[in-house]
Write a protein that binds this ligand. Structure first.
Ligand code: SF4
Length: 397
């Protein structure tokens, strides 16, 4: 598995594959060819929903307004659903061409080149192997991460600082989100609208929703977020962790450890399945975020490795089949609410894992493979193309 730095990335929303990935590709091209002009053909999902995600705007922001962007909605048999074909020219002549894939979570791969290859950092690639290693060495998940990646603690501290900053910005923002759907921000309202006679349980749900909305609304507005594991699903983990810090007084250091545990689960999903909505539907984004949040929360509560596995497994299992059908290609409907629902679900998953400890029948590795196969079986209409489901039927209010 790769470094956790590749899983948790800090950058501009609203989509890790549609804005952060293309932004990274544009930055790399600019570095490689500082004097060149570029023609970028967006194919597959990038062409179908790129406008709504601001893919063209983010590329032009990096490469300049004279970069030519073509939306090719027709090409089939692509190497990846998020493909960019880039023609580089100098003095009117093409000097190079690249096919770049935005493979999810903000990561890009230049097809056929080792340019974007990144090292495998973790030798163990299944939860079963990692669990065995932890048991043999009497370690916990975060200690394993910090042993393999000594600088991960500093990086995750930065990640956690950004998550907190994004929530604070989102809780203070008001007004309509960009894109034309007329979606009004709700985080501030949720945060401030304490109900008379509100029970502790309702208050918990309201606050978790407020934090998830705050992050996801910032993402939808093109704000700075952390992929956790993607932009579309960036609100789940911060909402759970921020609530735990605020209400239950967990320290920043404890939360950084929880992020490390969550990161192992996210990394396993990314390695053995996918975290891309364009590849496997929303189960790969929101399902993965929920699974990661559940593992992180179980770590925060010092639960054992079997309980952590159970919590992560439950959280993913009950997202299987979840489709990706963003209305107008924007990361707003159903995405923002979905982050809040998944954050609450992560807490429920940890509770079930706690109540029913050691009765688990399905392993985390099995559910990850199941998610991948289910995702590959999903019709392309439900894989971030905005051609089916809510994206097709929604007519506004
Ligand atoms: S529906 Fe899910 S996978 Fe699709 S863009 Fe929204 S959050 Fe991402």
């Amino acid at each position: 598995m790769k470094s956790l730095k590749e899983l948790y990335r800090i950058g501009a929303g609203p989509s890790s594959s549609h804005s952060m990935g293309p932004e990274a590709a544009a930055l790399k091209l600019k570095e490689l060819y500082p004097r060149a002009k570029f023609k970028i053909t967006l194919c597959g999902s990038l062409a179908l929903t790129g406008k709504g995600h601001g893919t063209d705007a983010v590329i032009k922001r990096v490469l300049g307004d004279d970069a030519e962007i073509v939306f090719d909605c027709k090409s089939e048999n692509l190497s990846h659903p998020n493909t960019m074909i880039i023609s580089v020219s100098e003095d009117g002549k093409e000097i190079a061409s690249h096919t770049v894939l935005s493979v999810g979570g903000g990561r890009i791969v230049f097809e056929g080149e080792s340019l974007a290859e990144t090292p495998e950092v973790y030798k163990l690639n299944s939860f079963e192997e990692i669990k065995q290693y932890l048991n043999d060495n009497e370690m916990r998940l975060p200690d394993y991460v910090f042993a393999v990646e000594p600088d991960a603690k500093d990086y995750l501290t930065e990640v956690w600082a950004q998550m907190r900053a994004t929530i604070k910005e989102g809780l203070n923002a008001e007004g309509e989100l960009p894109g034309g759907l007329g979606v009004v921000r709700k985080a501030k309202y949720l945060w401030q609208s304490k109900h008379i006679g509100e029970t502790a349980e309702i208050a918990e749900n309201r606050m978790i929703c407020a934090f998830a909305f705050a992050t996801s609304e910032q993402n939808a507005a093109g704000g700075r977020v952390v992929t956790a594991p993607t932009c579309g699903s960036c609100g789940v983990i911060p909402a759970v962790m921020y609530y735990m810090k605020k209400q239950h007084k967990f320290t920043d250091e404890q939360i950084v450890r929880a992020l490390a545990a969550a990161g192992v689960v996210g990394n396993l999903i990314k390695t053995n399945a996918s975290i891309s909505g364009a590849e496997c539907g929303c189960q790969a984004e929101i399902g993965s975020a929920c699974s990661m949040a559940a593992a992180g929360l179980a770590e925060l509560y010092d639960m054992d490795i079997e309980q952590i596995e159970y919590a992560a497994e439950i959280a993913m299992e009950h997202h299987l089949g979840l489709t990706c059908d963003p209305v107008n290609g924007l990361v707003q409907i159903p995405c923002i609410e979905r982050n809040a629902v998944a954050a609450m679900r992560a807490i429920n998953a940890v509770n079930i894992a706690n109540f029913l400890t050691y009765t688990r029948k399905v392993s985390l590795d099995t559910i990850i493979t199941t998610m991948y196969e289910t995702g590959r079986d999903l019709s392309g209409r439900y894989r971030e193309t905005s051609e089916g489901g809510l994206a097709k039927l929604y007519r506004g209010k």
